[in-house]
Design a protein around this ligand. Structure first.
Ligand code: NAD
Length: 363
């Protein structure tokens, strides 16, 4: 099959890690008989340097005409880079917010996987980790508290700040549907996280999730209060498959979940709209401190490419092949600098990409 992929190399380590993800995708194409047509587009700092703005109409148009967007990461050193002397709407991150909005990317997916080979990096005790964990946080990205009306007023000489948490049933329904669809591709369990004992928005959330669940009888649904979820993540992370939650809860829980995997260079992410379209990028930033040194870990970006195959292109076998290849390389003891420990083999960004690409097999 043929797929059009818009590619945003981005800033800092972005172009280095995206090059390795493309290397792996090309190997998948060769082995499985597909064609990926890449089109490079600019966003973030690179776009500011070329056009004076972090996001252009042309970038949006190319992204919209593609089947998916694969991105490195954007941004520079926030204290020294001239990009951060610009007005906020002209800085690199404004490009990212802009493209998410333009593409209507309302569902954010962040897998948190603890690889057996990287157990040492996990801050939890062995008896908690047991056989490791593999969960996915599905966070609503365009509604809730961060997008509600807000203001700060003064009443009788006392300052008062007001934020509003709003969700419509339509917004809840579409993210719930995505959560169940994705659970079907995994272990078929959804934990919907809310604060229904206090918040009206959470009570509506719970009611709508229950309604949507009726269409997905093969998927097990449970509800969990957000405070309990925060605790369960460090008490028994293996119990989770898909955690489905609203914007702010997801913001906090996804950082907690990524922390317990222990390695930032391994964490992929995807942002989806209500078609098959998605933007795929590592969870980490552009790491300007190590840019251009060929030492960044490309695995988060390669795993993001694997998510693209699974969720936008429905190429599950191909995605499995990438994930198997990564596990193989780790089992063989190859590590980039960020995940290196005694007795293992140090490899560069490019070597890691080569090793993974060489291990892509159909079965
Ligand atoms: P960062 O994630 O870029 O780096 C934090 C630390 O982790 C650094 O020490 C870095 O060297 C290391 N690191 C990150 N990715 C790595 C990898 N693949 N391999 C090895 N080490 C890695 O976070 P930061 O330093 O706070 O931010 C740098 C820039 O990235 C800022 O401009 C920020 O706004 C931007 N940022 C962009 C995104 C995005 O593109 N979605 C996300 C987060 C931060």
């Amino acid at each position: 099959m043929d797929f059009k992929v818009a590619v945003i190399g981005g800033d800092g380590i972005g172009p280095e890690i995206v090059a390795e993800a493309k290397k792996v995708l090309n190997r998948v194409a060769e082995k499985f008989g597909h064609e990926f047509h890449y089109q490079d587009i600019l966003m973030g700092g690179a776009s500011i340097d070329a056009y004076g703005v972090p996001l252009t109409q042309e970038t949006i148009a190319v992204a919209k005409a593609s089947d998916a967007v694969l991105m490195g990461s954007i941004g520079g050193d926030t204290t020294t880079s001239p990009w951060y002397k610009l007005a906020p709407h002209l800085r690199p991150e404004a490009g990212l917010l802009g493209i998410r909005k333009e593409l209507n990317l309302f569902a954010n997916l962040r897998p948190a996987i603890l690889y057996d080979e990287l157990k040492e990096a996990c801050p939890l005790r062995d008896e908690v980790i047991k056989d490791g964990f593999d969960m996915l946080i599905m966070r609503e990205l365009t509604g809730g508290l961060y997008f509600g009306e807000r203001k700060t007023i003064e009443e009788n000489g006392v300052r008062k700040a007001i934020d509003t948490l709003t969700y419509t049933e339509k917004e809840i329904e579409r993210i719930a549907r995505k959560g169940f669809e994705i659970a079907r591709k995994r272990k078929k369990k959804v934990t919907s996280v809310d604060k229904a004992n206090v918040l009206d928005s959470s009570r509506l959330w719970r009611a709508v999730v229950e309604e949507v669940a009726k269409e997905y009888k093969d998927v097990k649904l449970e509800h969990m209060l957000v405070d309990n979820c925060a605790m369960q993540l460090v008490r028994d992370p293996a119990q989770f498959d898909v955690i489905l939650t609203e914007n702010m809860f997801g913001d906090i829980l996804s950082d907690e979940a990524s922390m317990i995997t222990g390695s930032i260079g391994m964490l992929a992410s995807a942002s989806l709209n209500d078609t098959k379209f998605g933007l795929y990028e590592p969870s980490h930033g552009s790491a300007p401190d190590i840019a251009g040194q060929n030492i960044a870990n490309p695995i988060a970006t390669i795993l993001s490419a694997s998510m693209m195959l699974r969720y936008s292109f429905d190429l599950d076998k191909e995605a499995d092949a990438i994930e198997r290849a990564i596990k193989k390389v780790l089992t063989e003891g190859y590590r980039t600098k960020d995940i290196l420990s005694d007795g293992l083999s140090f490899v560069s960004t490019k070597e890691m990409g080569d090793l993974i690409a060489a291990r892509i097999e159909k079965e």
